[in-house]
Design a protein around this ligand. Structure first.
Ligand SMILES: *Cc1c(COP(=O)(O)O)cnc(C)c1O
Length: 413
């Protein structure tokens, strides 16, 4: 495949990143998608929209999030390198997205979309959610702006994620359990797309990751790119130069794309995406679409997907509900095939170990999702030189995972 002049100009006008992306939607949905695309183009060019966004990010979300030198984790992994007879151990920084209001990066994107919905005069917001983090962020901003909120959630996830269901209801949202299919995120997204077609006149669909039909993958990426833009400025200020590597976990890929995108045209910055390997890739019980899937079409775009031999979408598995999606954003598929980014994976067990290690060494309990990225930091950092600057995206905090982790570790709370 030819290397493009820039990795940052895509997608093309039809939403293609190389052979990936696009808009594979019912004809009835096309006018809505074109409306949304136009509204987003207009908003991007309007200083009033930017000012509203900047104010919301600062005063409501709590940005900028700190770029924090993880000194004890760095020292610990230098000790590991030394024990193996190597004088190495990268200098590790955390981008602290877990400090955002609602506890993850999701709110960066939701704020952008809700302000857009207001501009478009849409009073009713719908969203899909898996673990409930995107649902909570959407319900939060709907409360803040007085909009009606309906969240589609697989019935299995509704029973597994009871605290987040309650949070959404407290915030005034209606949670609709979806009984179709495996009753998880994929089915919730199908149902939300169906709702959108039926309620075209007053409804805005707020998608939670860099997936869906064009313009969603590019629009969500733009909203999340605040993560990478801040990281650039903060690293320049703290170290006087750019980082040597970036690493982030991947469910649909929005926190990763937000960190990566501003660095795609700095070829010396190494980029790692970490998928969920669940019980291990050979077990077939995982959520690693790039490592263990192949290209197909789902939810309006072409991308790598987990499929069985007949081309049916396979069920994903991960200890972390937020990574439990059988697809990945199309831009990641393209970065994978062009070789600009490298995609690796971490098992449930590795993530659980990193969750505990980072809690004890840094006093920060990470969510299980970024614990996958941290697991690979633990593996990679000791093999790198001491002057290597590595940034890991701490996409969310672990509070939501405490009951699950306690149960796995055999503790009753
Ligand atoms: C939802 C979520 C993810 C996965 O979504 P991406 O779109 O891949 O970022 C990762 N981390 C946290 C904390 C989440 O809530």
């Amino acid at each position: 495949m030819n290397t493009p002049n820039s990795f940052r100009t895509g997608p093309d006008e039809n939403g293609h990143f190389g052979m990936f992306g696009g808009r594979f939607v019912a004809e009835t949905l096309m006018p809505l998608i074109l409306d949304l695309e136009k509204a987003y183009q207009d908003a991007k060019a309007d200083p009033a929209y930017k000012a509203e966004m900047d104010a919301g990010l600062k005063h409501y979300v709590g940005r900028p999030s700190p770029l924090y030198f993880a000194e004890r984790l760095t020292e610990h992994l230098r000790g590991v390198a030394a024990a193996e007879g190597r004088d190495g151990g990268a200098k590790i920084y955390f981008k602290r997205e877990e400090l955002n209001h609602t506890g993850s990066h999701k709110v960066n994107n939701v704020l952008g979309q809700i302000l857009l919905a207001r501009r478009m005069g849409k009073p009713r917001i719908i969203a899909e959610t898996g673990a409930g983090q995107h649902g909570v962020a959407t319900a939060t901003l709907c409360a803040r702006y007085g909009l009606k909120c309906v969240v589609y959630m697989g019935a299995l996830d509704v029973s597994r994620q009871a605290p987040n269901v309650f949070r959404m209801k407290m915030l005034g949202a209606e949670v609709v359990p979806v009984q179709a299919g495996a009753r998880t995120l994929k089915d919730a997204m199908n149902e939300a797309l169906r709702d959108w077609v039926t309620n075209v006149h007053d409804t805005f669909y707020c998608i939670g990751t860099v997936a869906g039909p064009h313009p969603y993958p590019a629009m969500v990426r733009d909203f999340q790119s605040i993560i990478g833009h801040e990281t650039r400025a903060q690293m320049l200020e703290q170290e006087g130069r750019l980082p040597d590597s970036l690493i982030a976990c991947i469910g649909g890929g929005s926190n990763a794309m937000g960190l990566f995108h501003p660095f795609l045209d700095d070829p010396h910055v190494k980029i790692w995406g970490v998928e969920a390997a669940g019980h291990g890739i050979p077990s077939g019980q995982h959520a690693a679409s790039l490592t263990g899937g192949r290209p197909g079409v789902l939810h309006g775009n072409r991308t790598y997907l987990l499929m069985d031999d007949d081309g049916q979408i396979a069920e994903a598995h991960s200890i972390s509900a937020g990574l439990d999606y059988p697809g990945i954003g199309p831009e990641h598929s393209w970065l994978h095939d062009t070789g600009r980014a490298s995609y690796i994976s971490a098992t449930d067990e590795e993530a659980l170990a990193a969750f505990q290690l980072v809690s004890r060494l840094e006093g920060i309990i990470p969510a299980l999702e970024p614990a996958h990225a941290l697991a690979k930091v633990v593996e990679l950092a000791p093999t790198l030189p001491k002057d290597h600057l590595m940034v890991v995206n701490l996409s969310g905090r672990g509070d939501k995972d405490i009951p699950q982790v306690a149960e796995i570790l055999g503790t009753r709370i």
